[in-house]
Design a protein around this ligand. Sequence first.
Ligand SMILES: Nc1nc2c(ncn2[C@@H]2O[C@H](COP(=O)(O)OP(=O)(O)OP(=O)(O)O)[C@@H](O)[C@H]2O)c(=O)[nH]1
Length: 195
Amino acid sequence: MKVVKADLEHVAVKPEQYPTTLLPELALAGRSNVGKSSFINKMLNRKGLARTSGQPGKTQTLNFYEINEKLYFVDVPGYGYAKVSKSERAAWGRMIEEYLAEREQLKAVLQLVDIRHNPSEDDKLMYNWMKHFEIPVILVATKADKIPKGKWQKSLAQISKALDKDPLDPILTFSSETGHGKEEAWKTITKQLKV
Ligand SMILES: Nc1nc2c(ncn2[C@@H]2O[C@H](COP(=O)(O)OP(=O)(O)OP(=O)(O)O)[C@@H](O)[C@H]2O)c(=O)[nH]1
């Protein structure tokens, strides 16, 4: 998809602050530091739109990016960041759960995992939880430039196995560094969201 317009339109911590439009939404989830902000910026051709900090755990709100007046990317705060307190973690859980479990406009979740590592317990919990709620998941293995291309398939197979991935959920490779996987990701997203 050619992105002609992309802006952060809504920042929410509760449902009253969600957009009132009926555009389809794609939520983006992943461990802190997995490369979510970099993914968003690359997909939207906008360098500084989503913050890339190198400091994990920064985003604590649901950020709605409206794209071409057709769909939203919803940036969900990264999970599995060790330094947040128990109460912060609980608040995070409630906010995310409220959104993921109840939002009508949510058509799919794009879950990012690092291609170099086996999925963490948090990755597995998140994936299983989405499957429990019957939300389609698009898995994206990030930082693909960090391992040789010859190892990609093996890593994808390992990740799929560890997550007990539903065969219907696509798994793609991506690099924000090189732009690899961008077209495929857009194809998969537009198909899933029917936009
Ligand atoms: N080599 C390489 N580095 C990447 C890639 N994607 C992200 N990074 C680096 O990984 C670090 C984390 O990236 P972010 O995009 O800030 O990660 P995030 O998931 O948004 O982090 P939080 O804000 O903590 O949720 C940064 O130093 C990025 O430059 C990639 O595809 N390749």
